[in-house]
Write a protein of this length. Structure first.
Length: 340
């Protein structure tokens, strides 16, 4: 387990950065508050929970760098050695009591801490590409996918109308369907999806997407409410889980502003080291429940790309953090100690 001082260092950035965000997002002038209100309209108001990726568990561990990433970035995380990590496995969506399903996108948020207070935070998913390339597309897709109470399913006509207006999402859905999800959290590959720029000691700036590639199989899913989380919890109690951090190097022709477009499979990949997750816990005060996995919390040596989703996610994540930390914290819907 990480020491209290280390965990406190992760939380300090969020507790000391409650800046008011009132900027609009994109040409449709969506605000972070409008995004949060949309999540509450679609999923219901869930006091004290994240508005997206509400259901999750906390993990801790470390990253062992082999030094190969220094070729691309001067970030401290890529120096040879070990970096403490705290993170969170989750399911997408704003319902903290959702029934686990392999069709729901899985997330892994991580925060890497370095001496001097620098951090690297990343929120990854098990998708091959993201479904939207604009804030407006994401916003509209939420309502198109809203469950109709009478049927318990989204309105197919609403989704058809949405996809007719957003061919980029239809294309991304087809790409993801060609790369179906694995059975569990432990054997999922988690991808940044969005591109970033890595900057090395010489000042060379390189577009990069990264992925965490699993080194183990997942225990089989179980039945019931927590069919994906239960085997994850049991498997982590049996021993650590490990992934390789792989850095995909983009070419000048590769898109850096559209997360729905995959890069060619022949791009060079650099093995930067191994992530090891050693413990798992319930969302609770003082652990990663309180961490905002803002993708723009970046160390020196990693810079944002032109992808419009980055600034949107940063603004909405910050607004969500401020809203939920001002609400009464309810008991978690998923308690790791109740999993046998």
């Amino acid at each position: 387990m990480l020491g209290a001082a280390v965990v406190g260092g992760f939380l300090a950035i969020d507790l000391g950065a409650l800046l008011y965000v009132n900027n609009s997002i994109g040409p449709a002038r969506l605000t972070p508050q409008e995004f949060l209100d949309a999540f509450e309209e679609v999923f219901g108001r869930q006091l004290g929970f994240r508005r997206n990726h509400a259901k999750g568990v906390v993990v801790e561990g470390y990253f062992d760098s082999n030094g190969n990433g220094r070729e691309l970035s001067k970030a401290a995380v890529f120096r040879p050695g070990r970096t403490p990590v705290i993170g969170r496995f989750s399911l997408s969506g704003g319902n903290p009591a959702v029934v686990d399903s392999p069709t729901i996108a899985r997330g892994l948020g991580l925060a890497f801490g370095f001496p001097g207070g620098q951090q690297w935070r990343t929120a990854m998913m098990n998708l091959y590409v993201f479904l939207d390339n604009s804030p407006q597309g994401f916003y509209a897709r939420m309502f198109a996918a809203k469950v109709v109470p009478a049927t318990g399913e989204p309105d197919p006509a609403a989704m058809s109308r949405f996809l007719a207006k957003h061919p980029e999402t239809a294309r991304a859905m087809a790409i993801n369907q060609a790369h179906p999800p694995t059975p569990g959290f432990a054997d999922s590959t988690y991808r940044s999806l969005v591109a970033f720029y890595f900057v090395n000691e010489s000042g060379t700036r390189t577009p990069v997407r990264w992925s965490l590639v699993p080194l183990q199989r997942a225990w089989p899913p179980s039945k019931g409410l927590n069919g994906l989380f239960s085997p994850l919890i049991r498997q982590m109690r049996a021993g650590p889980l490990r992934w390789r951090l792989m850095l995909t190097v983009g070419a000048p022709s590769d898109p850096v502003d559209d997360a729905t477009l995959p890069w060619p499979v022949d791009r060079r990949v650099v093995d930067a080291g191994q992530l090891t997750l050693t413990s798992i816990d319930t969302d609770r005060p003082g652990n990663a429940r309180d961490i905002n996995f803002d993708p723009l919390v970046l160390p020196e040596g990693i810079e944002p790309s032109e992808d419009p989703l980055l600034s949107t996610r940063s603004a909405v994540y910050g607004a969500s953090y401020r809203r939920r930390t001002g609400e009464p914290a309810l008991l978690p819907t998923l308690d790791v100690n109740e999993i046998i």
